[in-house]
Every structure is written in C-alpha cells, then in structure tokens.
Write a protein that binds this ligand. Sequence first.
Ligand SMILES: Cc1cc2nc3c(=O)[nH]c(=O)nc-3n(C[C@H](O)[C@H](O)[C@H](O)COP(=O)(O)OP(=O)(O)OC[C@H]3O[C@@H](n4cnc5c(N)ncnc54)[C@H](O)[C@@H]3O)c2cc1C
Length: 212
Amino acid sequence: MEFNKTKRGSIRERNDEQTVYDILDAGFLCHVAFQFEGKAMIIPTAYGRFEDKIYFHGSKNNFTFNQMCNGQVSCVSVTHLDGIVFARNMFHSSANYRSVVLFGKSEIVTDNDERLHALNVISEHIAPGRLNDVPLGTATEIAGTMVIRFTIDSATAKVRDCMPMKDEDVPVEVWSGILPLKLVAGEPIQDEKFGKQFPITDAIKTSKKRFK
Ligand SMILES: Cc1cc2nc3c(=O)[nH]c(=O)nc-3n(C[C@H](O)[C@H](O)[C@H](O)COP(=O)(O)OP(=O)(O)OC[C@H]3O[C@@H](n4cnc5c(N)ncnc54)[C@H](O)[C@@H]3O)c2cc1C
C-alpha cells in the first residue's frame, strides 16, 4: 500500500498501515467516488475489509459498482466524527476526527470461494457473529449478488484528537474545549411481524457494545 501525501494540515497525517486499517475497521459506511461521462459521482455504501482489499456487494445491476469496475481508479473515503472543537474564536475552532482516503481499482469477483469469503467478510464487518444466527441467503440470492474487490493502491489517513490550538492569544475569557461526539446504539427493537418474542442473540449484544 502506498501513501498519498496530505498537503494542508499534515500535522494530522497518520500514514501507517495500522492507522488506516483501524479507521476502516471502526465503521462500515464509506463513500465511493467515481467518474461517469466526465461527471464526478459519490455514493454511500457498506463495506468490509480484508487485508488491503475492500469488498462491496450489491445487485448485479448496481450502477456504481459496474462503473467502478470499468478500469477506472476510484476513491473510497471513511470518516468518523469524534467531536466539535470549540476554540476561543471561530477561526481556530475545529473538529476531531479520523478519516481515510483510498485510491484503487475494482474488479468483479467471479471465483465462487472468494465471493463467499467476501460476503462473510462484509457480514462480519457490519454485524459480527450474525452468521451464527442466520444464513447468508439462498443460493439464488447469493448468485444474484455482485461482489466487488477494491484493492487499496494508495492511502492517506488524517487524525485530529486534541484540544483547540493556536488560540492562546485570543483575548476572550470563555469556555473552550471539546464536545465529544459518537455513534451510539439504542435499545434493540424487535420486528413484531412474526407475532412472537425472541431473545436477543449474542450478535446483537456485540453490535450494541461496539456502539456504546
Ligand atoms: C448506510 C448505507 C449502506 C448501503 N449499503 C449498500 C450496499 O452494501 N450495497 C448496495 O448495493 N447499496 C448500498 N447502499 C445503497 C447505495 O447508496 C445505492 O443507493 C445503491 O447501491 C444503488 O446504487 P446505484 O449506483 O445502482 O444507484 P442508481 O439507482 O443507479 O442511482 C441513480 C441516482 O440516484 C442517486 N442515488 C443513488 N443512491 C443514492 C443514495 N444512497 N442517496 C441519495 N441518492 C442516491 C444518485 O444521484 C444516482 O446517480 C447503502 C446506502 C447507505 C446509506
């Protein structure tokens, strides 16, 4: 994996493989950017990571994934917003965050073993352990699913995780600091359409703990 170089705010650059992977593994929603007929397009989608590969899945007719696999280099970005940084003026106010920007090419996965592996990776990434409770899908559903492998060619990570900076000389006596922000799971809500109560499984508990 090669690293891109940030130009501004490079003090926040954390270009090591582990940081990139930690940021990718901390979430499962990314935005993919690609070109279509000279226009830039950005689409949100779920993903799973395995080594230096990002797997996506969707319908075989998925426009985004088909475009990503036409030989072009596309861009994948993930951001976790960790807080609003309130400095002693707005100029030095900021945000705490962890983000990555990846460039690479994508291919449709055709090998059946890799397709199943990728679908497992995505499932485990989004809902760890849920495959112990439920099947992946029927053979027909799986056959109708397009699986994409995006290989990370180059990556940049930026992390800001500190108090306000450079506002020491602002002549205003006022509270300053960080308002932490995070994604928090609520109480699980059971689907009532089966007319019966079921116990919450370990997978649901794991997901709840992950976002506490
Ligand atoms: C959290 C999250 C996870 C998702 N995970 C997956 C996934 O794993 N697999 C998957 O196939 N899809 C996923 N989606 C849906 C995804 O964003 C696309 O809508 C879907 O993949 C269809 O893409 P397409 O290129 O075929 O869209 P098309 O139907 O061809 O899109 C037509 C136009 O609709 C608009 N559009 C498309 N998607 C969106 C959107 N999400 N929001 C607003 N406008 C849009 C764009 O302008 C686009 O040009 C996810 C969305 C979210 C928010």
